[in-house]
Design a protein around this ligand. Sequence first.
Ligand code: GLN
Length: 232
Amino acid sequence: AAEPASGKTYQIGTDVTFAPFEFQDANGNFVGIDMDLMEAIAKDQNFKFEIKPLGFNAAVQALESRQVDGVIAGMSITDERKQKFDFSEPYSKSGVVMAVREDQTEVKEYGDLKGKKVAVKTGTEGYTFAQSIASKYGFSIVPFDESIQMYDDVKTGNSIACFDDFPVLAYGMKQKNGLKIVTKMEEGGSYGFAVSKGQNKELLEKFNAGLANLHANGEYERITDKYIGVNA
Ligand code: GLN
């Protein structure tokens, strides 16, 4: 039998920098919507956890090989991932958009990408989407491990565009990250908390129960408002 949940410290994998969902504040603490949600849910459901900022692809792989108990990383619930992971109820809506450097005026749609390089992040929905249209629009893909590296590649002009999640790029634009979104959001999976398939069922149940309580008591809204509300 599994250890009593109260005694166990769950290891939770996450991305390194995926603001406003996870990022480091000025003191080096991991903050963001995912981090605050996890903390509030653990408090509500009385369990302990430790955050492992592994990077997105590495976190997903660590979950697959069961080196971590769960992943919260702005991770989209997709049919393909459901073969390997069990997901919580969705907690945030998302989808992929294309962004270019803010002073760029030539590239406004996928059709403008012909013969150009496009930066993507390994293991993400943005990567899968870019790959699915690359030959149709005649562009090539440059993969990176971190969103920051992908954005830098666009800013230096090596890649003409990148594909990433709408809420993350929209937050970045607000923080003046030097990029601008040029396309409408593609239909995408909502974010969910993931555990390995058939594993850590009690953790998933606690996450869902805590999430429902946070929605009911206004805490969910307080957390999202803190990062993406009108006064954020
Ligand atoms: N939502 C995207 C995905 O699940 C990207 C996640 C991320 O980069 N942290 O693939």
